[in-house]
Design a protein around this ligand. Structure first.
Ligand SMILES: *Cc1c(COP(=O)(O)O)cnc(C)c1O
Length: 379
């Protein structure tokens, strides 16, 4: 079935009541019919029917064999990093969600794992950085917040040739626009909090693997069972509800984002606009080979840091807030918010500075968003 259909129906099967909406199973535990027997559900940390329905729906959309729904995007990223062992080397994109860099530097970096941050838009450089101990390549495309585009298929091949796996954080595009597993990645990760939820009201994360019988999948299953990062059934139900409108939301958001990106290019106070749907974006042709949409995230630079900071207090419709992907438009100041703890060296390498703003385009009318930006940009 096609994505719009999968998003609405997912893995839903009708129970004896004929309920159209998936039931919420709040039960923490499940009765066994007899000794050595199970309904398939024993204890809620290990599996819950509502969460299982969500996991199957996301796996269907990503074209993966197994998905785990967890309590946040960071919990999902943690499941990928915890597969590494002392002595291992991992290549990470240099422009990443700040929390991912913090997790690798402040936590896993202390366990004898070495992380190298590389511009993954440069495929040759990724190949040159491979070492005999490289076990993981982890990237975002488009990246956060500089919107650089990396070649998933080419980097998957480099990873596999060197005995490593490729994990892609697909948060910015959602599976509606890009399917990293189909392009060759082994794992796809989402902050479900963003487009998959879409309403700025649930914190959730997903990790989906291509091969449900791989040793990584087996290990993740054991970790989820042992560490308990699972998503609650109430939140799982809200996410199932959100998925039904994923396609209509992200297609409309991308359409408005392109309008706004073009409009920003014509504003005298704006010096640079980063959106992979603009024909002058360096990743434009690659983006259109590997994804069917450009997403709703637009980053841009204004003339001065003062102007950037002033804008944040002047916004009326758009909210100055962290996060993205919801129906409400948000403007983020990465240097002081999402990327405040990024190492200085990475900040200068990627060009993320105090003039950069990141807009998450919601479902409002494009003209109303432009009017709000126009009045906020006034010097
Ligand atoms: C928000 C975000 C995360 C972290 O997800 P949480 O749900 O906030 O834990 C990871 N990656 C990207 C690209 C994000 O935008």
């Amino acid at each position: 079935m096609k994505d719009f259909t999968l998003e609405v129906h997912g893995d839903h099967s009708y129970d004896s009541t004929g309920a159209i909406s998936e039931p919420i199973y709040l039960s923490a535990t499940f009765r066994h019919p007899g000794f050595g027997q199970s309904t398939g559900y024993d204890y809620g940390r290990v599996a819950n029917p509502t969460r299982a329905a969500l996991e199957k729906s996301v796996a269907l959309l990503e074209k993966g064999e197994r998905c785990w729904a967890v309590s946040s995007g960071m919990a999902a990223i943690n499941l990928a990093m915890i597969l590494l062992e002392p002595g291992d080397h991992a290549i990470l994109g240099e422009d990443l969600y700040g929390g991912t860099v913090r997790l690798t530097q402040e936590i896993y970096g202390h366990y004898g794992i070495s992380f190298e941050y590389v511009n993954t838009a440069d495929t040759k450089l990724v190949k040159a950085k491979m070492r005999p101990k490289t076990r993981l390549i982890f990237l975002e495309t488009p990246s956060n917040p500089m919107m650089t585009v990396s070649d998933i298929a080419a980097i998957a091949k480099i990873a596999h040739d060197g005995g490593a796996i490729l994990a892609v954080d697909n948060t910015f595009l959602s599976p509606h626009f890009q399917k990293p597993l189909v392009l060759g990645a082994d794992m796809v990760i989402h902050s479900g909090t963003k487009y998959l939820c879409g309403h700025n009201d649930v914190i959730a994360g997903f990790l989906t693997v291509k091969d449900g019988a791989s040793k990584e999948a087996e290990r993740i299953e054991m970790l989820v069972k042992s560490e308990g990062p699972n998503l609650s059934s109430m939140d799982a139900w809200l996410m199932l509800r959100s998925l039904k409108t994923l396609g209509v939301r992200v297609e409309r958001q991308a359409e408005t984002a392109l309008k706004i990106a073009r409009w920003l290019q014509n504003q005298p106070q704006v010096t640079d606009v980063y959106y992979p749907g603009l024909t002058n974006h360096p990743g434009y042709s690659l983006q259109h080979r590997q994804a069917i949409g450009d997403g709703g995230m637009v980053s841009f630079k204004v003339k001065s840091a003062e102007l950037a900071k002033n804008m944040l207090g002047k916004l009326k419709l758009i909210a100055f807030a962290e996060s993205l992907g919801g129906v409400e438009s948000l403007l983020t100041y990465p240097i002081a918010q999402t990327h405040a703890q990024m190492p200085k060296e990475l900040i200068t390498r990627t060009g993320l500075d105090d003039k950069l703003l990141r807009l998450s385009v919601g479902l409002e009318d494009a003209e109303d968003l432009e009017s709000d930006l126009l009045q906020a940009l006034k010097e």
